[in-house]
Design a protein around this ligand. Sequence first.
Ligand code: AHG
Ligand code: MN
Ligand code: MN
Length: 333
Amino acid sequence: MRRTTLTQFLIERERAGRINADLRLLIETIARACKAISVRVNKGSLGGGGASVGVQNVQGETQKALDVLSNEILLEANEWGGNLAALASEEMENPSPIPTHYPRGEYLLLFDPLDGSSNIDVNISTGTIFSVLRCPHGHDGKPCEPDEQAFLQPGNKQVAAGFAVYGPTTILVVTVGDGAHGFTLDRETFSFALTHPEIRIPEETSEFAINTSNMRRWEAPVKRYIDECLAGKDGPRGRDFNMRWVASMVADVFRVISRGGIFMYPRDSKNKDGRLRLMYEANPMAFIVEQAGGAATEGRTRILDIQPKGLHQRIAVVLGSKQEVERVASYHP
Ligand code: AHG
Ligand code: MN
Ligand code: MN
């Protein structure tokens, strides 16, 4: 069976006027970088990727060799193409402008180069998350100045987003605003083939994903929701729930968009703003989940409507099957 490749899929989107050639090339380049990262992740202990490099990133987290390498792969792949004004990453304190000897384009790219890096050493899925914005023009039609301020746009301004999962297979999920579509890396042709077109999240589900070790620190609405799930058949929900937690957002979200469920990383008394990062984790995932018919909130506000205050801002995340997300939101006063 001949499947649509990512290249064909993007060219069709370009012909339909949904994306321009620059955005098509940008997504292709990100996909190529994800293939390179996937090869390195696959080397496992043979590649030394799980070793700590003894450096803390801007979040105060110790970087692993693969975090740094994945960041470099994405930077090198993307800086010369002429379609970007600047890049920003979990692993870099400030945005990185495109070097002056390359042409500058109209897009801004944000990424979490390796999500779930605590799982590298234990042979569990990791991934890459990305978000694409337009670089806004300055006052009086002045060209865009790609500083941090230019990046601070709500998620509803994203023109594309996606994530790769480096698991038993490498999967890339992409949206350009007309649905969420999944591609599997064919290791023989080394191209991405469309295997999950028009992903739809089942509306009714009985599976939740949350790190329950934080339970004693949660706020009341989240505690109530989980307590009701745990009460199962005997509780107000009248049915049993199942629990999963991979500790790689990419893997948890791929499961949720594949078979339904709810994923939560709420704020708590220790992580007062939540744990996940708004601009390169919550926003791209919220865009994908909404495009797949689901919902994403921080409790009261739709994630995509939040005006960011900082590049590395953290946010509470509740996303997945619409009915369940709406129920959690309704428990918030
Ligand atoms: P990263 O590896 O990019 O820092 O992100 C890890 C995130 C996310 O992938 C996952 O859902 C969460 O951290 C896991 O947190 P816990 O360690 O609290 O389970
Ligand atoms: Mn991450
Ligand atoms: Mn990361």
